[in-house]
Design a protein around this ligand. Structure first.
Ligand code: ZN
Length: 242
């Protein structure tokens, strides 16, 4: 089975549509969304509509929880908080209900899926370092845990000897003796210095992981954000992928 992944769409419809077109071209059996469908961008309703049409397994992220009122946003920076309150004022109630029913971590196809981390997923921590990865490997047993949240794609493994290996390439044939954490990056607000969207694939037979970049019309979404009155900082960062 060939799984396709999107995460952190963040109400960026232009990015999401370009990614979906790319995924269809490449081919997949089931599409997984690892959360944060809304927050930051100008098209929350359209993005949730498309997720509901296309996605087999969808998780909720911290921004989804903020927008539906299930998370206190006092720890968000002012841009994120402002975007969350703008989004809640726009979001249709059926989409609020849909997001409220989603898990933040779940197992399927003998794999683990989480928005943030396998360890204390409700704390919305990040995996940035090899030590963060090591801690989290102790809190799941599946072959792979797929995550999003940091908007920075990576593939990291732990060997049976407990060694942590960070892959330098965006594609890899996974070693069946090792275990993995794969961050599939962000569709709607990449932060690794590359402004193109990121999507992922995993083939359960060949055990091949692929993280691929997809360009989209950044200026168009920036114009929509300006019209919606979203913050300049959020508009500008899309062009830099930061
Ligand atoms: Zn996010």
């Amino acid at each position: 089975m060939r799984l396709a992944f999107v995460s952190d769409i963040h109400s960026n419809l232009e990015a999401f549509e370009s990614c979906l077109a790319h995924l269809e071209r490449m081919g997949y059996d089931s599409l997984v969304c690892l959360g944060d469908t809304v927050g930051y961008g100008p098209d929350p309703n359209e993005c949730v509509d498309l997720v509901r049409k296309k996605v087999t397994l969808c998780l909720a992220g911290n921004h989804d929880h903020a927008v539906i009122g299930s998370l206190d946003t006092s720890y968000f920076n002012e841009y994120a908080r402002q975007a969350a309150s703008w989004t809640s004022s726009m979001l249709k109630s059926e989409h609020v209900d849909y997001l409220r029913d989603l898990d933040i971590i779940t197992e399927k196809w003998e794999l683990l899926f989480a928005h943030s981390t396998p360890f204390q997923p409700e704390m919305w921590n990040y995996i940035f370092t090899t030590e963060d990865a090591r801690l989290n490997f102790a809190f799941f047993e599946q072959f792979i845990c797929f995550i999003g949240h940091s908007h920075q794609p990576f593939i990291v493994a732990m060997t049976p000897e407990g060694e942590i290996k960070v892959y330098s390439e965006p594609e890899a044939d996974l070693n069946p003796e090792w275990r993995y954490i794969v961050n599939v990056g962000s569709v709607g607000q990449p932060r690794d210095g590359n402004p193109d969207s990121c999507v992922g694939f995993y083939d359960t037979e060949t055990r091949r992981v692929q993280l691929q970049r997809v360009p989209y019309d950044i200026e168009k979404v920036q114009e929509k954000m300006e019209l919606a009155g979203l913050h300049r900082f959020l508009i500008d960062r899309l062009a830099y992928g930061r």
